[in-house]
Design a binder for this molecule. Structure first.
Ligand SMILES: C[S@@+](CC[C@H](N)C(=O)[O-])C[C@H]1O[C@@H](n2cnc3c(N)ncnc32)[C@H](O)[C@@H]1O
Length: 217
């Protein structure tokens, strides 16, 4: 994909999602895509390899949750895979401290290499298995917990609160939208409350997504 097309698609996609992506983020996302595709040719990081799809399904879907993440000081992305949503969010929110955790070493190696290549400060890639015991796993607590395509919602709400700093929140990026009643019921099972829930569609494929935010009661 040439530079002009990338910039056009990023602009039209972010407009459709209703998020503001600073101008300098475009070239850095292009660089991230180049790194991802280069690594992916040798190491299996993601099944999504067509540039338009990487832009929509990895980058724009990550940036779609900017409204839920903006304002937090620290973000912990559990099961981050090749760095989604944490890396695009860090590019758009330079002051955010981001820790990205994955159980697979090669994915964390990519996250570290990509962060170094982009000159990102305040990004930590951590090779660890999240099991709900932050004190022994070396995984730090954060103001905001986030995961995409990591666990189903009941398992995520069972695991995530252990990693939330006092007053923090848990963000769930869901492929399948849940009703308000379902979200409330899942939250209540874990003594959580639903702070917000928002459905959106990816701008080019129209795929449905939902982002829900939870806080401790
Ligand atoms: C389907 S991938 C999603 C990756 C990324 N969040 C995304 O949306 O592209 C799930 C990731 O979770 C990681 N994972 C699974 N169980 C884990 C655990 N207990 N702790 C940390 N990472 C885990 C896997 O290695 C994999 O990279």
């Amino acid at each position: 994909m040439d530079n002009a097309r990338f910039v056009d698609l990023l602009a039209s996609g972010s407009r459709a999602l209703g998020v503001t992506v600073p101008e300098d983020v475009g070239p850095r996302l292009q660089r991230l895509m180049a790194e991802l595709l280069k690594w992916n040719a040798k190491v299996n990081l993601t099944a999504i390899t067509a540039p338009e799809e990487v832009l929509e399904k990895h980058f724009l879907d990550s940036l779609a949750v900017l409204p839920e993440v903006t304002g937090a000081a620290t973000l912990l992305d559990l099961g981050a895979g090749a760095g989604f949503p944490g890396l695009p969010l860090k590019l758009a929110l330079p002051s955010l401290g981001v820790t990205l955790v994955d159980a697979v070493g090669k994915k964390v190696a990519f996250i570290k290499a990509a962060a170094a290549s982009l000159g990102l400060q305040g990004v930590r890639g951590l090779h660890a298995r999240a099991e709900g015991k932050p004190d022994t796993e070396g995984i730090p607590r954060a103001e905001l917990l986030i995961a995409r395509a990591f666990m189903d919602l009941p398992d995520w709400l069972a695991l995530a609160p252990a990693y939330v700093a006092p007053g923090g929140r848990v963000v769930a990026m869901l492929g399948k939208a849940q009703t308000d009643d379902e979200l409330k019921a899942r939250a209540a099972e874990r003594q959580l409350r639903v702070v917000s829930a928002r459905a959106y569609r990816l701008p080019f494929s129209g795929a449905e997504r939902q982002v829900a935010v939870f806080a401790k009661e």
